[in-house]
Design a protein around this ligand. Sequence first.
Ligand code: FES
Length: 108
Amino acid sequence: MGFVRIGKQEELPAGSVVEIVLDGQPYAICNAGGQFYALDGVCPHSGGPLGEGALHDFMLVCPWHAWEFDCRSGANDFDPDVKVATFPVKVEEGEILIDVTRADAGAA
Ligand code: FES
């Protein structure tokens, strides 16, 4: 499938996170200081919707029980072995694109 467009850059201001759904799978898209990150949208703790959480600097906070994940690596702040998958993101002509076929592949 490769990169797919998920929205406009201007719709996701710095410090915000949004949930998008592709093929029934939710993803959390973060803008941390102008850099975009994409993570699996399902919290490994108890299935909370990470895309409905809050972003504090680079930490994505689950809205259910406040577990935190680094949006750059997907690693939990308390136990780095607990991770959510991350996906490559790029911006082209003001559009945000993610590649959900390459989990944990790093930056685009
Ligand atoms: S479901 Fe995310 S912290 Fe509990």
